[in-house]
Design a protein around this ligand. Structure first.
Ligand code: HEC
Ligand code: HEC
Length: 213
């Protein structure tokens, strides 16, 4: 059963990638293709993984709806320059981002930052969420964990280069904290320093809280 599951998730990934290859070809070869048209590219290409309007339903793919404009621009440029080295960034985003010029990136960022954010799925574990909220709002002074809210906004809504975290898939956030810690996502020294202060249970609590927003 385990093997079957692993197989089907690989098959899913391969089929998503094939779909994307086809969509990319169709987009760039259409006579009316207009590189700056972020809304159209978002629907034809990005939606295959990130969901309609960026409202991803799978923790494999981060939600992009309501993400801040400046963060989106920085990430898309960063993927193109291989600044995020974690394996999912390499497999999925490096090639796509390398095809995007600056006006197209700006247009995609306009589009996704203007989509209404959706609240993430709730979690039954109220105690975990409460612990996470405390860490998010106040930090853990004893362990040197700063309040996440001081950079990511009181509601986790983000601001400019500080990404929105509210409503994001907890599993995605957890993976990012891990890659900040192990150094494969090395593009943001400030956030890497913060990640190193977080124990596994603290990270679990704060990501559960964020997904519940
Ligand atoms: C084949 C699937 C796939 C497609 C198509 C795809 N992405 Fe991604 N994208 C991913 C994955 C997987 C990640 C998470 C990478 C990681 O964990 O480092 C990601 C991450 C991102 C991020 C970083 C988000 C964050 O919170 O840091 C941005 C921005 C992004 N993608 C934008 C886009 C845009 C814009 C498009 C369309 C032009 C697109 N992606 C198309 C799979 C895809
Ligand atoms: C001093 C400012 C600062 C503080 C405090 C901070 N962060 Fe961050 N965080 C950042 C920046 C800047 C980024 C964007 C990094 C980049 O450009 O890739 C980020 C990115 C992230 C990401 C990746 C989001 C994504 O979509 O990929 C996660 C997860 C995260 N922070 C969690 C936290 C948590 C949890 C806390 C509190 C324990 C916290 N941050 C506190 C500055 C901060």
């Amino acid at each position: 059963m385990k093997r079957l599951l692993r197989y089907s998730s690989t098959a899913l990934r391969v089929s998503a990638l094939l779909q994307v290859a086809a969509a990319t070809l169709a987009f760039w070869s259409a006579p009316s293709a207009h590189a700056q048209d972020g809304a159209r590219l978002a629907q034809q290409l990005c939606a295959a993984c990130h969901g309609i309007h960026g409202d991803s339903k799978s923790p494999m793919f981060p939600k992009l709806n309501g993400q801040t404009h400046d963060y989106l621009v920085a990430q898309l440029k960063g993927f193109g320059q291989h600044q995020r080295g974690e394996s999912d960034a390499r497999s999925y985003m490096w090639a796509i981002a390398s095809q995007l010029d600056d006006p197209t990136i700006a247009s995609l960022a306009d589009y996704f930052s203007q989509q209404a954010p959706t609240a993430g799925g709730g979690t039954a574990d109220a105690a975990l969420v409460a612990q996470g909220q405390m860490i998010f709002e106040q930090g853990l002074p004893d362990k040197g964990v700063p309040a996440c809210a001081s950079c990511h906004g009181a509601q986790g809504q983000g601001n400019a280069q500080f990404p929105r975290l509210a409503g994001q898939h907890a599993d995605y956030l957890m993976r990012q904290i891990e890659v900040f810690q192990n150094g494969t996502r090395a593009n943001a020294p400030v956030m890497s320093a913060v990640a190193h202060t977080l124990g596994k249970d603290d990270a679990k609590a704060v990501t559960a809280f964020l997904q519940s927003r």
